[in-house]
Write a protein that binds this ligand. Structure first.
Ligand code: BG6
Length: 448
């Protein structure tokens, strides 16, 4: 079925780096039909041609499929730019005329804008034929505070069917995040050892090499805890810890509900050197660009098992990994299962063998399976946003967070007593104080 994708916030960073590259890939792969349309909405007075030039480089830099003039030409035939003021209800009458004139149907409205625009857009969309039946994809933050987010959510449900509202968390579309459960439940070795008797600790690390770029205004209001932990990394944590269930998100919600409140020593915040000089950042801002925390889950399975999370900007590398550190036994090192989420996708396992040639000396060795090293796997692996756009079109809600998950994890983050951020060097691994979180429990970050 051909869809009309309308992007509110079409000149923003997300559209440039993620949405249009994903739609480009889908167009190259003929996954959008031959009549699809992308209506890019913005305030700036661009002509269609000018707008197209604003994102050409983004496609070259961020699309996983190779840019070619031909592929780009084929893609942009479906792209148009529509200038309007999102807060002016009358402008939506014009938008409706535009849709009628161009025969646009099967709408997917993408809200890639600040939450203050969600309601004005929803109200404006009343003027669009069949808007109530349309799909709406919403980007975080879902509200400036939880209460506002909740209220907003209730209001949105008046404008669209609740099953047509998709709260996006693009980590749910990442190949190896989707793979966590398969690795756990389809290997007897892991399935039966996935508990506090066998597991010593779990480590989720999300290193980012880039800084905040031109997103100072948004980022300074939110910081790493809200930007990365509350959504993406709590999704990963709850997938790792959830019970096996037909209703995956319900099982994840149970985990989030059972997170113990952080204690004073469970949190280390950091800020990279030079952050205060970034554009649109408040003078003397205390916003964290790095966060490390120890989470404990209050249930039988995870009694006493710390889940360490760390994430930060302007670090030494771009890499996301999950480490399951199994208990040591009989004086030999514990097994380690490491899931590589990004940029390399794969699975690494550490185990013990008898040292060759010796009688009973033990050696710790590793197996390293690199999934993304095979070109065929790279070609066949959609980027997160491709997968999510497809899922929304197909009404597949597994790939989206539920409002209850969002509310529960937001409340947890909002209740954290924040400490002063430590200053760390650009290109480092973050503040060294983060090591103390683990040291205190006799643990250390696992390094390959
Ligand atoms: C976004 C955050 O949700 O995720 C960004 O707002 C962050 O600050 C990005 O850089 C990370 O996504 P990815 O897919 O590059 O790991």
């Amino acid at each position: 079925m051909n869809h009309t994708f309308t992007i509110f916030g079409s000149t923003g960073d997300l559209t440039y780096r993620k949405l249009l590259p994903a739609l480009f890939n889908m167009s190259v792969l003929d996954e959008l039909g031959d009549q699809f349309k992308i209506v890019a909405i913005g305030r700036k007075p661009y002509s269609r041609e000018q707008y197209i030039e604003t994102f050409r480089q983004g496609i070259k830099d961020f699309a996983r499929l190779t840019y070619s003039e031909n592929a780009f030409e084929k893609f942009i035939r479906h792209v148009d730019y529509y200038q309007m003021d999102l807060s002016n209800e009358n402008d939506y009458l014009g938008l409706n005329d535009y849709y009628e004139k161009h025969g646009c149907r099967n709408h997917v409205f993408y809200f890639a804008v600040a939450p203050k625009f969600f309601l004005p857009i929803s109200i404006g969309l009343k003027h669009i034929a069949y808007a109530y039946e349309s799909k709406v994809i919403i980007e975080k933050p879902f509200g400036e505070t939880i209460e506002k987010g909740k209220e907003l959510n209730q209001k949105l449900e008046k404008h669209f069917h609740d099953y047509n509202i998709f709260h996006i968390d693009h980590y749910l579309g990442k190949e190896m995040v989707q793979n966590i459960q398969t690795i756990r439940f389809k290997n007897a070795l892991f399935k039966h050892a996935w508990n506090h008797e066998m597991i010593e600790n779990v480590q989720i690390s999300a290193f980012e090499k880039g800084g905040i770029g031109n997103r100072g205004a948004y980022y300074d209001e939110n910081g790493a805890l809200k930007d990365m932990v509350q959504n993406h990394l709590f999704q990963v944590l709850s997938i790792l810890a959830a019970e096996e269930s037909e209703d995956q998100h319900k099982a994840q919600l149970e985990v989030l509900k059972h997170l113990k409140p952080l204690k004073e020593n469970d949190l280390v915040l950091g800020q990279y050197e030079g952050y205060l000089q970034e554009k649109d950042v408040c003078e003397n801002s205390k916003t964290e660009t790095y966060a490390a925390l120890t989470c404990m889950i209050d249930n039988e399975r995870w009694q006493g098992v710390p889940f360490y999370i760390r994430t930060g900007k302007n670090l030494s590398k771009r890499e996301i990994t999950v480490v399951i550190q199994f208990k040591a036994m009989d004086g030999v090192k514990g097994n380690v299962l490491l899931i590589r989420i990004q940029p390399t996708e794969g699975v690494y396992f550490q185990f013990n063998i008898k040292k060759p040639g010796s009688k009973d000396e033990i050696e710790t060795v590793q197996m390293d399976f690199c999934q993304s090293c095979l070109e065929i796997n790279r070609i066949n692996t959609p980027e997160a946003y491709e997968r999510l756009l497809k899922a929304a079109m197909n009404d597949d809600r597994d790939y989206f967070s539920t409002w209850d998950e969002i509310e529960t994890s937001s409340r947890f983050i909002e209740n954290i007593q924040r400490s002063e951020p430590y200053i760390y060097k650009v290109g480092s691994v973050g503040p060294k104080e983060a090591d103390q979180l683990l040291k205190r429990n006799g643990h250390a970050w696992y390094e390959i």
